[in-house]
Ligand binder design. Structure first.
Ligand SMILES: Cc1cc2nc3c(=O)[nH]c(=O)nc-3n(C[C@H](O)[C@H](O)[C@H](O)COP(=O)(O)OP(=O)(O)OC[C@H]3O[C@@H](n4cnc5c(N)ncnc54)[C@H](O)[C@@H]3O)c2cc1C
Length: 415
């Protein structure tokens, strides 16, 4: 209802329609079962998306994708996002793990893992976070030691979505005990059957039915051909994977916020208090106005970040999209949380029950500012990139000279 198609090509608008058709076909009972934690993973949903050719849209046709843009993928993820964070994640994981395999993997890995993922026949998961912490990624303590042509993995990963059921995992491990983290880690594909131990399933506030688990490796052997990218250069894989990781988080949050505020708009147009529809109270309708404006601005930033990634990949721009991607993740998830919260407030007491799905959406949405790099980490990245501008040549006017006392250079004291 309240999406917009400005800036999109006809092809992308048609894709949105195709996504809506798929999303509308999803049985509400699946969402209820997931929220009751009655299923381990939405296998059927992923298979159906694969059957319709809707997974891994950005990847080349030879691997089963459609060779579409980051922008098109963001539009698709927004549509899936209305179903909640769990299904949004199951859908997006193909793009995230797939990115590492597509760009850094070998041809046999693309055949063996990427293609079946895109068909919805193999489930993947990514293992970055450890009990020790998620924000300090380069402090990873999971170790991999080379013995002949194999790597021996030891360590624990926490909060792994799909951890219980995945056919394979993309795992980051420290392969040089002495070098600084950003030059000491390597990425591996690890099949569950190689001996991944599922230690615990987390009891989660939301985001249920996704088999989110703590997994462990105890002297697990991984052949060297399962390595992704160069030894000790996982940083390159990680930096690239964070584009789909954070863009899909952002686009999914836009979808979920949109769903929540749509419920609230409809409710406020029917519900009465003091003999009037509650939408007639400014206290209510202004919440709607603020929510819609935030939704539109979050989406605009997601589209801009996606376009920046497209331009970077096509060589049209040399600007690394990471700042805009981090901004999109932070703004879409912070605004997403505010919008769902507004939706609940508009529904009043009934919003706090399960008569409407807004309470599930709120529990789901609370995860968004925390995961895929918390919003504090996004701020670290954004300011870092902003200060880098100081080193760049500028074509801008010298704004300081516009001051009234522009000539009093001696008053500019910094220490
Ligand atoms: C349901 C769920 C699913 C998840 N799925 C996955 C998954 O599939 N794969 C995976 O690898 N991980 C997954 N995660 C992990 C998630 O990405 C991490 O929880 C997140 O990155 C934060 O790490 P942490 O929980 O260890 O918090 P910590 O890193 O311990 O941080 C705690 C707090 O300190 C703040 N903080 C830390 N460092 C700084 C700093 N330098 N400056 C300012 N503030 C700072 C953080 O923002 C946070 O508020 C999932 C988490 C959850 C809850």
């Amino acid at each position: 209802m309240i999406e917009n198609n400005f800036l999109l090509s006809d092809e992308t608008v048609r894709l949105r329609g195709e996504m809506k058709e798929f999303v509308n076909s999803v049985d509400p009972e699946l969402l209820r079962k997931m929220d009751r934690d009655e299923i381990d993973y939405p296998f059927e949903f992923v298979r159906e998306a694969g059957k319709r050719g809707l997974l891994g849209l950005r990847f080349p046709e030879e691997y089963g994708g459609r060779g579409l843009s980051w922008l098109a993928e963001s539009v698709a993820v927004e549509e899936v996002g209305v179903l909640g964070m769990g299904l949004g994640c199951a859908y997006s994981m193909v793009s995230i793990v797939g990115e590492a395999i597509h760009l850094f993997g070998q041809e046999w890995q693309r055949e063996e893992f990427l293609k079946p993922m895109i068909k919805g026949r193999k489930i993947s998961a990514e293992g970055l976070t450890e009990p020790r912490g998620g924000s300090d990624f380069f402090g990873t303590t999971t170790r991999a030691e080379k013995k002949g042509n194999r790597w021996i993995l030891n360590g624990v990963k926490r909060f792994i979505a799909g951890g219980k059921v995945a056919d394979f995992y993309l795992i980051y491990a420290r392969t040089d005990p002495n070098a600084p983290g950003h030059r000491a880690m390597t990425a591996f594909l690890v099949e569950r059957d190689m001996g991944v131990e599922i230690e615990d399933l987390h009891n989660l506030m939301g985001f249920r039915g996704m088999g989110t688990a703590r997994i462990a490796f105890n002297n697990l052997e991984v052949p060297d051909e399962y390595r992704i990218g160069e030894v000790n250069n996982a940083r390159a894989v990680f930096n690239r994977m964070m584009i789909p990781e954070r863009l899909t988080s952002a686009a999914g949050a836009v979808g979920l916020a949109r769903a929540a505020i749509e419920v609230a708009i409809k409710y406020s147009a029917k519900r009465k208090a003091f003999g009037r529809k509650i939408r007639e109270f400014q206290g209510v309708s202004f919440k709607v106005a603020e929510s819609i404006a935030k939704l539109d601005s979050a989406r605009a930033l997601v589209y801009t970040a996606a376009r920046a990634a497209d331009d970077f990949d096509s060589g049209r721009s040399r600007m690394d999209p990471r700042r805009l991607v981090s901004e999109a993740k932070m703004i879409a998830t912070d605004f997403g949380w505010e919008i769902v919260n507004n939706a609940m407030q508009i529904l009043g007491g009934i919003g706090y029950t399960q008569v409407y799905p807004v309470e599930r959406m709120l529990r789901d949405m609370r995860l968004a500012p925390i995961w895929t790099g918390s919003n504090e980490i996004m701020k670290l990245l954004i300011q870092h990139e902003a200060y880098k501008m100081l080193d760049l040549p500028s074509e801008d006017r010298d704004f300081e000279k516009d001051a009234m006392d522009w000539y009093k250079e001696f008053e500019k004291v910094y220490e």
